[in-house]
Design a binder for this molecule. Structure first.
Ligand SMILES: C[S@@+](CC[C@H](N)C(=O)[O-])C[C@H]1O[C@@H](n2cnc3c(N)ncnc32)[C@H](O)[C@@H]1O
Length: 272
């Protein structure tokens, strides 16, 4: 897909998903976000830029880690996501968080002005993750670090069929290279090509739990990357998509109707 089109699809797709995002994804993504925070080891007083901050789940943890002596610039492609982060950080009293709408591959900040750049579950959506790695690397000072977490290999993510099921009903694919960064060595190479050193890759397997069919469908269809496409579907098409998707995850359905779906994440750190 042409990069500009992908950016537009993502921007307005996440605008549409923003309000439902946390309901669907807060718990399933928590273990991956915890790894990112552990690996990034943010310290009091540091200046941190976050790319693809979403609703601010990681932003708040980073804000708490840097404390009032530090600073956080939380950025995202979607204005609705940026607004959510600004609101929840203000409500939590994190006056040292500022927000801006920016694409991860084009961070308009002073070079070398941050101690760390972080991105949780965002680089799969950027047309060229290598360009985003470079943009994040440029933002940090010499000795600073860049940390990103992405979904892992497609074969280890039991919910992956949502993409072909939705793509079969739209003109252009929703997220063509979603699992590319999660293949072994891929993000590590992007980091190294961005000039980062001592690059390390951590891979983790998790089970994503969804209490019932409705919460699973809401997370997958309305609260995530395919939200824009789904918004334009007729009620009949939505029913078809739901049925096909549920069939694709039927092996992960527990007798009580909940779902326990395997997922894999990769976290990469590199130093400038
Ligand atoms: C799965 S959410 C992750 C949000 C947050 N980091 C978290 O861990 O909860 C993906 C986010 O990536 C953002 N996104 C998609 N394409 C982007 C791009 N090119 N630049 C910056 N953010 C982007 C979306 O708007 C969305 O907020």
């Amino acid at each position: 897909m042409e990069p500009k089109l992908q950016i537009r699809v993502q921007r307005y797709g996440w605008d549409a998903a923003a309000e439902l995002y946390e309901d669907g994804w807060c718990d399933p993504l928590a273990p991956a976000q915890e790894t990112l925070l552990k690996v990034a080891a943010i310290k009091p007083g540091e200046r941190v830029i976050e790319a693809a901050c979403g609703s601010g789940l990681v932003t708040k943890a980073v804000a708490s880690a840097v404390g009032p002596a530090g600073a956080v610039l939380a950025t995202d492609l979607s204005q609705n996501m940026v607004d959510l982060t600004a609101r929840t950080c203000a409500e939590a009293g994190y006056g040292w968080v500022t927000t801006a709408r920016m694409s991860a591959d084009d961070l308009a900040v002073e070079p070398e002005s941050f101690d760390a750049a972080v991105c949780a579950l965002g680089l799969m959506y950027v047309p060229d993750p290598g360009k985003a790695a470079l943009s994040m690397a440029r933002a940090v000072r010499t000795g600073g670090r860049v940390v990103a977490t992405v979904w892992g290999e497609r074969r280890n993510c039991g919910w992956a069929e949502i993409f072909p099921i939705v793509d079969a009903r739209v003109v252009s694919e929703v997220c063509p290279l979603f699992f590319a960064s999660g293949t072994p060595g891929s993000l590590r190479r992007d980091f190294e090509q961005a000039g980062l050193r001592h690059v390390e890759e951590h891979r983790q397997r998790e089970t994503l739990e969804f209490a019932h069919e409705r919460s699973l469908l809401s997370a997958m269809l309305q609260g995530g990357p395919v939200a824009l496409a789904v918004k334009r579907f007729t009620p009949e098409t939505i029913k078809e998509v739901e049925a096909e998707f549920l069939d694709s995850v039927k092996d992960h359905r527990a007798p009580d109707g909940s779902y326990r779906i395997p997922g894999e994440f990769v976290t990469v750190i590199g130093y400038r």
